[in-house]
Design a protein around this ligand. Structure first.
Ligand SMILES: C[S@@+](CC[C@H](N)C(=O)[O-])C[C@H]1O[C@@H](n2cnc3c(N)ncnc32)[C@H](O)[C@@H]1O
Length: 222
């Protein structure tokens, strides 16, 4: 893939932005100040959300969608006995996740799956945790994505994640517009829309705004 297409292309072009993003998340000494300058949000929030994976009991199944370059694998411990399904639309991102899993010594726990979040190829109620970090704003139909993530979650299971939201202030409008121009983000949604879609899908979510992002967490009603 040429440098130009990686600069101009969407997620399927394995964009250089994705490499920068992964580097920032993985290297907090550099990543935290840069993240804060760009989003007014603390990178430790994202790390703490990924850490939920490390607390899952044996036998749990987790869906990470979209997995991107696999940054949420940082929460997974090699000694855990869980199944971690990493799903993304772009094969290039799945390949990055596989490399990250090998690097972290957790490949034996990870299955990668090419999937559109709008039509997840999984049974109803088949996951204990659905994790969606920095993803919802990248989807063309965020409402449909929320419904699908809620569908595959078991009653009592948790949906957690973060997203760039539309009601986090004008200061972040250049970020949203730039992402759309680059073909990397979609329409996004507001915190109110997210909360109402997820409640209607059976997973009442708490959404907390922090800088450009909303962090959400909720339990599926059973
Ligand atoms: C900003 S990345 C976030 C990934 C990862 N969770 C992270 O924090 O690094 C967004 C990802 O969404 C994926 N994506 C975009 N549209 C999608 C869709 N309809 N279904 C599944 N994944 C999608 C892209 O391929 C990309 O890997």
């Amino acid at each position: 893939m040429s440098l130009l297409s990686r600069l101009r292309g969407g997620w399927g072009a394995d964009p250089l932005w994705g490499v920068v993003y992964d580097f920032l998340v993985e290297h907090p000494v550099v990543g935290r100040p840069v993240w804060f300058a760009g989003t007014h949000s603390d990178l430790r929030r994202l790390h703490a959300t990924a850490d939920e994976v490390g607390r899952l009991p044996d036998g749990s199944r987790v869906l990470d969608v979209p997995c991107g370059g696999g940054v949420a694998l940082r929460g997974l411990r090699p000694s855990q006995r869980i199944e971690y399904v990493a799903a993304d639309l772009a094969p290039e991102m799945l390949e990055r996740t596989r490399r990250a899993a090998l690097r972290r010594g957790v490949m034996h726990l990870v299955t990668t799956r090419q999937a559109d979040v709008g039509a997840l190829p999984f049974e109803d109620g088949s996951f204990d945790l659905v994790l969606s970090l920095t993803g919802l704003h990248c989807f063309p139909d965020p409402k449909r994505a929320v419904e699908e993530m809620a569908r595959v979650l078991r009653p009592g299971g948790r949906l957690v994640g973060s997203a760039l939201l539309n009601d986090t202030g004008l200061a972040f409008e250049p970020l949203r517009r730039g992402g759309r121009l680059g073909g990397l983000i979609g329409p996004c949604c507001t915190s109110t829309e997210l909360a109402s879609w997820s409640a209607a899908a059976g997973v009442p979510l708490e959404v907390e705004l922090a800088g450009a992002f909303g962090y959400f967490a909720g339990v599926k009603a059973g």
